[in-house]
Design a protein around this ligand. Structure first.
Ligand code: DX5
Ligand code: ZN
Length: 222
């Protein structure tokens, strides 16, 4: 069976506590850290100004992989910022950019030897990404409206996962499929069964009283 990557979202964790929580998450077998960046414009909420990201990075082991999910309007500005500050994966939203800009953004990220991802909101048709799929390292399917943790999983998003999985098989594309929003043991299993590789989970892990068991339950397919 394939290996599932569990990516806890630390949205909502006060930044001063984040290094300690991240270390615990890694001890509990989290694979990577999902880092949500919100500008208060693309989505109503704001999260993690760059100074907080820098503080967190400085205070955790440099081997920890930061999977940065940009929910921002000014994509280029933030892409450059997170390149400079050594994110490992940078994912931006299709809805925030002009189609013409996309290849250039992916190239900038790749030139910095960073993995490039695109995310789409629930109402966006998956086929808009067709022409970019061969370049992408990651496609992030939002299974809730971006902007807040603790929302209910939208099951119809699994059709997008299946589409991406089939495209990948047919064309030998290399991207991983990530899903974000309302992931728990059950919705995680459904997602993996349809082709997801990376499970983002915020409240399910962070609000559990046993993070190790919660993470294990998301990986119980191997
Ligand atoms: C929502 C964020 C998510 C969020 C997930 O816009 O992108 O990463 O933290 O939280 P849960 O798992 O609680 O839905
Ligand atoms: Zn996210």
């Amino acid at each position: 069976m394939k290996k599932i990557v569990v990516a806890p979202s630390i949205l909502g964790v006060p930044y001063e506590n984040a290094p300690k929580i991240i270390n615990e998450l890694i001890k509990c077998n989290a694979d990577i850290i999902h880092f949500d960046v919100m500008d208060g414009k693309f989505v109503p909420n704001s999260s993690f100004p760059i100074e907080e990201y820098k503080y967190i990075k400085r205070n955790v082991d440099s081997s920890i992989i930061f999977d940065v999910h940009l929910m921002v309007e000014n994509v280029l500005e933030y892409v450059l910022l997170y390149i400079e500050n050594k994110a490992d994966i940078i994912t931006f939203h299709y809805e925030a950019v002009n189609k013409k800009e996309i290849k250039g953004l992916i190239e900038k990220i790749h030139n910095a030897k960073i993995k490039a991802g695109i995310s789409i909101k629930p109402d966006t048709d998956i086929t808009v990404l067709d022409e970019f799929l061969d370049e992408l390292d990651l496609v992030l399917i939002m299974s809730v409206e971006p902007g807040a943790g603790g929302q209910k999983f939208n099951e119809t998003m699994l059709d997008k996962v299946e589409y991406l999985n089939q495209k990948r098989i047919d064309n030998k594309y290399h991207y991983v499929i990530e899903i974000d929003g309302g992931i728990n043991k059950d919705t995680g299993k459904q997602s993996v069964n349809r082709g997801v590789d990376y499970l983002v989970a915020g409240s399910y892990i962070l609000k559990s009283n046993d993070m190790k068991t919660a993470i294990k339950s998301l990986k119980d397919y191997e």
